[in-house]
Design a protein around this ligand. Sequence first.
Ligand SMILES: [Zn+2]
Length: 147
Amino acid sequence: MSSIDTIMELYYRALELHLENIEILERYSFEDLAKIYNGIGPDSFPEWLRKVISSLHPSLAPAALIHDVEWHESDKTRDSFSESNDRFKRNGKSIAKQSFFILNPRRWIVWNQARRFGNYCELFGWNAWCSPCECPICTEAARKANG
Ligand SMILES: [Zn+2]
């Protein structure tokens, strides 16, 4: 789980960058966003993909937050799955362009990482998208529902 301060920072950064689907974050308190962020699919993602996630460039974190909330809200359809992965790539591209000057190699590194991560999710994330969300909010709700 992330700290509230980190989440607030990511939220305001996402606003500042005019990332796509920022509205999804506005439905939650910062406390809940902290529970959702990084709480997605630790078991349903293959080990190597989890390593890719943790090695993402820190500037991509606001796009990852939006992506995580989309996965938390997954309707388990193929369309919204691809939409979420494509949006991560677009948000990542937008972050790279706004954060790094054109001659800065990080602009291309970050952009490329975003593209690759979106593609990996599209290829290997389908099971996780269709599995019950494993963030603390969803596991608690499932526990209550099961008595
Ligand atoms: Zn969840």
